[in-house]
Design a protein around this ligand. Structure first.
Ligand code: ADP
Ligand code: MG
Length: 640
């Protein structure tokens, strides 16, 4: 018998949740559902994100309410609009085979009259963020006098966001006889106080181990102008000569461009993204694991769940679109008890995202200064000294050459020799960092956010121009490269044969590991696009794009996010918020079947929110460049 049926969930609902892949209850569901089905107790459930709390309260609600009535009987309060939408969608999915179930999502930043209309039509379940809910209450547009159940989802988060008072006000509209179910990841004092104030003898349940979070990850950010991003990134890398890092970009094209630029600048880097065949990915990964690559430039999807030991840095070259991905990204470092650093390169406009991230990970970020040129140079110098001190000299082999070496340096003093050896390694940095400007954003820049940001982006584009095609040529990108066992000659032939153009029309061919840039005379470009339509290479669709036209924005129309991400889980943009994917997606999250393995990292990092609450307080006095955090209605802003 289906274990949900055994718990007392009705058949229509069991059918619906089976269809979305719930085979058996998660731990919180197994424990909470029987309690909540009695309908006679207040309830406190402490469980991490991703443990299935929505169904833990959602399924019992569907059993308890009278859906022949059309007035609000349950109110679910949650902190953000995303969550609000997610919960209401989840409930609708659970109720797919039930009749007359009406759920309304009430959240800021959306048209209020639509929401009011839905309420007027009659709903049993209201899912709301506090700000908008109060607004609607203030308009006398809702009657909460028959509410039997109030759910406070992510209560700690709501308090963090300053919703305490709003919650008080909303709850005072509901009858004293209602039952209150509170869900939270942690139980800080404030949450406990709410529990005491609004609940009578609640049944309290804690699921999962209390975890200190991945305290081993240090989260840092650098505030820079958009146009300086790559330069700042290089400085950070150069001042960490022993870096073994994963660099995250938002799109495939950005991943390719950064990898290309790094390779050109002499770094040990390569790209990993969804346009590669499994075989190619394996190759790149093998090189990274073997440490023949120092930096892996990757998209979220491609690097999801990657488990490589001793990654020193995760660098968010671009912040992820989906906030949750930050945790996945930073979890690539500090594995197995090691420490690690997660760095984000952000521009002024993105500062509020750091705030949001702090809330998600439950830890404060530290703003770091981009090292000045001299600092980088000094750092490199120390590394060289270190290396010289530590290098193993193979006397046997050296001895044979020693006389010749000594002779060659006869005329030089020790000092002179030292200088020259250091210069050998070093001139590249001295040249590059000569007159290097300060890349940090000054306070005065911050005052003019919008203008700065825009100017910055324009600057970036023109810099990109230098990487565009020669005059009369268009520079194209192709998703095949050296690892596909092409020589340059093969590539030339491959392009000409498919496009039916002569080799004379092709300019420079710039072959990289997993992709190629090539120039084609402007008038022949269309033939290339035509010629490669539907062409496969070893079962992989060949993709041609114009290179460099706005790569950084991530808004390009080319095949979108990483291959597979859309089909698999409804894309990582808005839709993905309901975590609709139950296929591959679930694996990473684990927790419901045997797949617990990867879970530690993910759940783990969210855990010490109590600490976060505390930290935040101590910061709020001096929240320097930060947006004031107490903004109560901030739910509407979190489109991120
Ligand atoms: P939380 O509210 O604890 O953060 P969610 O309710 O959002 O967690 O659930 C996390 C993910 O797990 C969602 O994708 C959800 O659909 C899925 N899920 C929940 N319960 C189960 C279950 N019993 N079996 C399989 N997947 C589940
Ligand atoms: Mg939840």
């Amino acid at each position: 018998m289906n274990p949900f049926l055994e718990l007392g969930i009705r058949e229509e609902v069991v059918k619906a949740i089976s269809e979305i892949g719930f085979e058996k209850p998660s731990e919180i569901q197994e424990k909470a559902i029987p309690v909540l089905l009695t309908g006679s107790d207040d309830f406190v459930g402490l469980a991490q994100t991703g443990t299935g709390k929505t169904a833990a309260f959602g399924l019992p609600l569907l059993e308890q309410l009278d859906f022949s009535q059309r007035h609000p009987q349950a109110l679910i309060l949650c902190p953000t609009r995303e969550l609000c939408l997610q919960i209401s969608k989840d409930l609708e999915k659970f109720a797919k085979y039930m009749d007359n179930v009406n759920v309304v999502a009430v959240y800021g930043g959306a048209n209020i009259s639509d929401q009011l209309r839905q309420i007027r039509r009659g709903v049993q379940i209201v899912v709301a963020t506090p700000g908008r809910m109060l607004d609607i209450i203030g308009r006398n547009a809702i009657d909460f006098s028959s509410v039997n159940y109030v759910v406070l989802d992510e209560a700690d988060e709501m308090l963090n966001m300053g919703f305490q008072e709003d919650i008080n006000n909303i709850l005072s509209e509901t009858p004293d006889t209602k039952k209150t179910w509170l869900f939270s990841a942690t139980m800080p004092k404030e949450v406990r106080r709410i529990a005491q104030k609004y609940m009578t003898d609640p049944v309290e349940l804690t699921v999962g181990t209390k975890n200190t979070g991945n305290a081993n990850i240090e989260h840092q950010y650098f505030l820079i102008k958009a146009k300086d991003k790559y330069a700042a990134f290089k400085r950070i890398v150069d001042s960490n000569p022993d870096i073994f890092g994963i660099v995250f970009c938002r799109t495939k094209i950005e991943t390719q461009e950064i990898a290309e630029a790094l390779i050109k600048d002499g770094y040990n880097a390569d790209a990993l993204h969804g346009d590669l065949s499994q075989q190619q990915r394996d190759k790149v990964m093998k090189r990274y694991r073997d440490r023949s690559l120092q930096m892996l430039i990757a998209t979220d999807v491609a690097a999801r769940g990657i488990d490589v030991n001793d990654v020193t840095h995760v660098i968010n070259f671009s912040l992820p679109d989906e906030i949750e991905n930050y945790t996945h990204r930073s979890g690539r470092t500090a594995r197995a008890g090691k420490t690690g650093i997660s760095i984000s390169l952000i521009n002024i406009k993105e500062q509020s995202k750091i705030r949001q991230l702090e809330k998600v990970i439950g830890k404060a970020f530290e703003r770091k200064q981009v090292p000045q040129g001299e600092e980088v140079v000094a750092r490199q110098l120390l590394t060289i000294i270190d290396k010289v001190n530590q290098v193993e000299v193979n006397d046997d082999q050296m001895n044979a050459f020693l006389p010749a070496i000594m002779e060659g340096f006869e005329s030089l003093s020790k000092e002179e020799i030292v200088k020259r050896f250091a210069s050998l390694e070093f001139n590249r940095f001295l040249d590059y960092y000569k007159n290097a400007p300060d890349l940090n954003i000054e306070a005065r820049d911050i005052s003019n956010t919008r203008e700065r940001g825009e100017r910055g982006e324009r600057g970036e584009r023109s810099e990109r121009g230098s990487r565009m095609g020669s005059k009369g040529y268009t520079r194209l990108f192709m998703n095949l490269g050296a690892v596909d066992e092409f020589s340059r000659g093969d590539m030339l032939g491959f392009i000409c044969n498919n496009s039916k153009i002569s080799g004379k029309s092709i300019g420079k061919i710039d072959m990289k590991g997993v992709f190629t840039f090539f120039e084609v005379q402007d008038e022949e470009v269309n033939k290339v696009f035509e010629g490669f339509k539907g062409v496969d290479y070893n079962g992989r669709q060949v993709r041609i794009e114009v290179s460099g036209d706005g790569g950084g924005s991530g808004e390009r129309s080319h095949s979108g996010g990483d291959r597979g991400s859309r089909g698999r889980s409804g894309g990582f943009g808005g839709e993905r918020r309901d975590r609709g994917g139950f296929g591959g997606e679930r694996k990473d999250r684990g927790g419901f079947g045997g797949e617990r393995k990867d879970r530690g990292g993910f759940g783990g990092e969210r855990k010490d929110r109590a600490g976060f609450g505390g930290e935040r307080k101590s910061r709020s006095g001096d929240n320097g460049g930060f947006r004031d955090f107490s903004g109560k209605r901030s739910e509407s802003k979190s489109k991120y």
